[in-house]
Design a protein around this ligand. Structure first.
Ligand code: SF4
Length: 242
């Protein structure tokens, strides 16, 4: 069994998949999102080399909690598909033991995921950061196309998917872009839910600690009204929105 670079672990309820989730954060990400709240996960060297067996030993301790709450394991990051083989082996090991799995990804490296790997994923949490290619590049430093291609592939494979979209005033909230994204997501029959997430500044102290510039300095968090407008764009197309 191979090892992967694991940044950290967390327990969460509600946002990272159904039930109580044991979240494994992998280290390393090819994107540099302006609002990233975990810049400490950007490099693989920031993680601890951990074998799949060690991961499973920890996962098994939560087995009863998963059974009671309908939860499971979520692999997040960083970007889990940067270590695609490790991620695939953890997913396969969980699936073999009947543990529900979720994969939290930007989709940028979707081509690293094999169909076999995706068959072991109970739920994909796909973060689409903008519908507008120029805005996507501005937010992430990368191109939008791979993420959209991955979203369409997940639809073809009928993999259950939740879409996540972070609303940042003045950056991702242009009405045309939000409507465009909602229109695209509405064409994907495998999407069970859309999470419109309010931009927040929780990560700022990490940038200060790492000596990194925080590029959204001065950007306000969205108002309830701005969030409601964005959510309506998805809901009006028949999507389940939170
Ligand atoms: S994809 Fe996620 S981990 Fe990577 S930079 Fe963006 S927000 Fe941060």
């Amino acid at each position: 069994m191979i090892s992967g670079s694991v940044h950290s672990w967390d327990l969460s309820i509600g946002v990272d998949g159904p039930g109580t989730r044991l979240v494994l954060f992998t280290a390393g990400c090819p994107l540099r999102c302006q609002y990233c709240e975990n810049p400490d996960t950007w490099y693989r060297r920031n993680g601890v080399l951990t074998s799949v067996e060690d991961v499973m030993e920890k996962v098994r301790r939560y087995r009863r909690l998963f059974d009671v709450t309908g939860g499971g394991v979520t692999i997040s990051g960083g970007e889990p598909l940067l270590q695609a083989q490790f991620t695939a082996e953890v997913l396969a090991a969980c699936a073999a033991e009947g543990i529900h799995t979720a994969l939290d990804t930007s989709g940028f490296l979707g081509c690293h995921a094999t169909d076999e790997m995706l068959a072991d994923v109970g739920l994909v949490l796909l973060d689409i950061k903008s519908w507008n290619p120029a805005t996507y590049r501005r937010v992430t430093g990368r191109e939008l196309v791979p993420t959209l291609a991955f979203a369409e592939r997940l639809a073809r494979l009928a993999r259950p998917t939740w879409i996540r979209f972070v609303l940042v005033p003045g950056l991702t909230d242009a009405q045309d872009d939000v409507e465009g994204l909602a229109g695209f997501v509405a064409t994907l029959p495998n999407v069970e839910r859309v999470d419109v997430v309010a931009y927040h500044r929780f990560g700022v102290p990490k940038y200060e600690a790492l000596g990194l510039p925080y590029r959204l300095e001065g950007t306000p968090e969205p108002t309830e009204e701005q969030l409601a407008t964005a959510r309506r764009a998805f809901a009006d197309r028949g999507l389940v929105v939170t």
